[in-house]
Design a protein around this ligand. Structure first.
Ligand code: BES
Ligand code: ZN
Ligand code: ZN
Length: 478
């Protein structure tokens, strides 16, 4: 898919789609009698088509204008139009952004938001299809085309980050091992980003035994991927982002049932979100210091796999009894969070992970869970979520849960409470690896990493959740 911005005079394509909101006045170019005859009111899902000045014209019902979050509703409108464009045989299609209005106080124009939605809704992963999907070129038509194109650039960077994340998540585990993940990120040639990769030996020296032993059953070696984007003031402490990178989660010795294995290639969605965010930030050229850390492993079952009941000492020095090998995300994150705090003294640390399957029961695919120990981060992350398509909702981090993580023989167990408050339990475990004064937020994205059906901004499959959210968090921090 290609997106271009053109003026009405430059429009030469034969198909023109015009989104119209409910109650929106139609321009005098239209034969209002004819439109009346169609009874077109701009309701969502309504559409009429006719020939006008040689264009096959579609009026596309945009529904009620949601003034409370106009940017997001324009993006979703773009996504819906993208869904319709997929069904058209014509390969170049124009979408008119002329009647959408423009709030001069905003940096991005309505046409730019529409274009972002058109792009995100057009995504398709056809790497392994013999017959490739024919891509469309979408011309966004507006009188202010060059301003719109300029306004689109930061959104384009986020879109690109989301696409990279979706690509990584969509790759099956036989194609994307921890080593392949590292290679894929190196190949992105991110500008202004320094990449450090720790291998098994280096992690052994650092005593990262929780991470290493999740990987012990896998033939594929673990890595810790570190991306430093230091584009802020020299002495500013960075924001550290940590993303779970389990390239395949079989459950390990606590082997998942057959149905639970499906899609477990996506257990690195948090890591992909961190990569996509670093990519977006570097493309925008945000003046901030941000470090992305992705612990990369496969959680497999073999004679070298860790056992249930094993005890390991973490990088932090605390010991952990492995009550369940399928609760592996918190184990690798614990060492990665500690590494991030030790090495970067972050002003805040945010982790994002497909941590607990129960999130789907809590939120369906509407929200990710947010846990935090800090009021400023609570506001920052929640409001960034509300501005983007990546919604979060806070869940409690109560000290009462801590006693459920007690172990008889170690400092803690990685599973407690017999499954009760499973997501909070995972968050409470992570909190044990957060230093007293570090502002920390944990985002459990197990509910939102994958769509079983098309949504306007994320077609069926990997959503790329987290890229828009975390980019917005860093932008709002400025
Ligand atoms: N990767 C899974 C969580 C998950 C499950 C994400 C389904 C998306 C869909 C995680 O490692 C896991 O297995 N968690 C367990 C935790 C339990 C053992 C405490 C779970 O959710 O069942
Ligand atoms: Zn698991
Ligand atoms: Zn997992």
């Amino acid at each position: 898919m290609k997106i271009e911005f053109i003026t009405p005079a430059q429009n030469k394509t034969s198909v023109l789609i015009i989104p119209i909101f409910e109650g929106q006045k139609l321009s005098s170019d239209f034969d209002s009698k004819a439109i009346k005859a169609y009874q077109f009111e701009g309701k969502a899902g309504q559409m009429v088509s006719f020939m006008m000045d040689g264009f096959l014209t579609y009026l596309f019902g945009a529904g009620k204008k949601d003034e409370s979050n106009l940017d997001l509703s324009l993006q979703e409108l773009g996504g819906k139009i993208a869904g319709f464009i997929k069904t058209l045989p014509q390969k170049t299609v124009s979408v008119c952004a002329c009647g959408l209005g423009h709030d001069k106080t905003k940096t991005a124009t309505p046409a730019a938001h529409l274009a972002y939605g058109l792009g995100l809704g057009s995504y398709c992963f056809d790497e392994y299809k013999s017959e490739k999907t024919d891509e469309h070129t979408i011309e966004v038509v507006s009188k202010t085309a060059s301003d719109d194109e300029k306004a689109f650039q930061p959104l384009f960077a986020v879109m690109d980050g989301i696409f990279e994340a979706r690509d990584l998540i969509s790759e099956p585990a036989n194609m994307l091992s921890p080593a392949d993940f590292v290679e894929a990120v190196k190949e992105m040639k991110l500008s202004n980003v320094k990449i450090n990769v720790l291998d098994k030996k280096q992690m052994e020296k650092l005593n990262m035994n929780l991470l290493l032993n999740v990987a012990a059953g896998a033939a594929k070696e673990p890595y810790l991927l570190v991306m430093e984007y230091m584009n802020g003031k020299k002495n500013d402490q960075p924001t550290v982002l940590v993303g779970k990178g389990v390239c395949y989660d079989s459950g390990g010795m606590n082997l998942k049932p057959a149905s639970g294995l499906t899609h477990m290639k996506y257990d690195m969605s948090g890591g992909a979100a961190v990569v996509g965010t670093i990519l977006a930030l570097s493309k925008i050229g945000v003046k901030q210091n941000v470090v992305g850390i992705v612990p990369l492993v496969e959680n497999m079952l073999s004679s070298t796999a860790q056992h249930v009941d094993d005890v390991w000492q973490s990088m932090s020095g605390q010991t952990v009894e492995v009550g369940n090998t399928d609760a592996e995300g918190r184990l690798i994150l614990a060492d990665a969070l500690w590494y991030g705090q030790e090495n970067y003294k972050p002003s805040e640390i945010i982790d994002i992970a497909t941590l607990t399957g129960v999130m789907r029961y809590v939120f369906a695919d509407e929200y990710a869970g947010l846990f935090t120990n800090d009021d400023r981060l609570r506001t920052l992350v929640s409001s960034a979520g509300a501005k983007t398509q990546d919604k979060v909702w806070e869940l409690p981090l109560s000290p009462a849960y801590e006693k459920m993580l007690k172990s008889n023989i170690a400092d803690m167990t990685n599973i407690g409470g017999n499954g009760a408050a499973g997501s909070a339990m995972a968050a409470t475990f992570l909190k044990k690896f957060i230093k007293k004064d570090t502002p920390w937020a944990h985002i459990d994205m197990a509910s939102v990493c994958w769509n079983d059906a098309d949504k306007p901004l994320a077609p069926k499959g990997a959503t790329g959740f987290g890229v828009a959210l975390l980019t917005q968090v860093v932008l709002d921090k400025e």
